[in-house]
Design a protein around this ligand. Structure first.
Ligand SMILES: C[S@@+](CC[C@H](N)C(=O)[O-])C[C@H]1O[C@@H](n2cnc3c(N)ncnc32)[C@H](O)[C@@H]1O
Length: 212
């Protein structure tokens, strides 16, 4: 089965025979792929019944029997064990925080997002996780990051929160961030308070690049 590069990147991080809780599964393509290719058992949740109807149709068509569909807000009512792998992808950081806030979580969470990477890292690390891996994916002109969080503690510097302890050494990521930041700076009027912060960010990116 063919899935997007972004979902494939998530799937590659998940070992065969895992139990996966895919929050915001939408059409359940990741769950079907994981069931077929890696013999995973999946709980596919979504808050939107239309998405779940399509998910159910896709699952039936694929003849997989190891996916349970649940209509819920995030992890509400889901029995999470330490060994499960929670996947959250395709949502903003505020929604991700809402989903994780005050919940029983597993030892490993793979979270993909498009924006507010720094806030996401700070929040999940504050819940008692460290970053085991980070992937950067470009697809159809958009860039995504996927962070593999594991329960435990590591010491992080400011630049690790801002750019990622692993992504700060990834040239493709740094170049893309540089391009995006230059584009933003070009649109900020002179004297605007955001300008200085963006210029500082650009300088930090250049320093990281020079260290490679
Ligand atoms: C952009 S889609 C991403 C689908 C898939 N996870 C992916 O990465 O391709 C976001 C999905 O999250 C669902 N969603 C948004 N907020 C949610 C919440 N609080 N709980 C469960 N699902 C949610 C939406 O209904 C939608 O199906």
């Amino acid at each position: 089965m063919k899935i997007s590069k972004r979902l494939e990147t998530i799937a590659k991080l998940i070992p065969s025979h895992s139990k996966v809780i895919d929050v915001g599964c939408d059409h359940a393509l990741l769950d079907i792929y994981l069931s077929q290719e890696k013999e995973c058992e999946c709980i596919a949740t979504d808050i939107n019944q239309n998405a779940l109807d399509q998910a159910r149709y896709n699952i039936l068509r694929s003849h997989v029997e190891t996916i349970t569909i649940v209509n819920t807000d995030g992890l509400e009512g889901i029995d999470v064990s330490d060994r499960d792998i929670i996947v959250i992808s395709g949502m903003g950081t505020a929604t991700i925080e809402h989903i994780l806030e005050g919940k029983k979580l597993s030892n490993r969470m793979i979270i993909g997002t498009q924006t507010d990477f720094e806030d996401l890292r700070r929040y999940v690390i504050s819940l008692g996780y460290y970053i085991q891996d980070e992937k950067y994916v470009e697809e159809k002109g958009k860039s995504y990051i996927i962070i593999d969080f594991v329960r435990g503690k590591r010491e992080y510097q400011e630049e690790d929160y801002r750019f990622g302890p692993i992504l700060k050494k990834n040239l493709a990521f740094l170049l893309k961030e540089e391009e995006k930041t230059i584009n933003i700076i070009e649109k900020i009027p002179a004297g605007d308070i955001d300008l200085e912060a963006k210029q500082e960010f650009l300088k930090e990116l250049e320093n990281l690049k020079n260290r490679l």
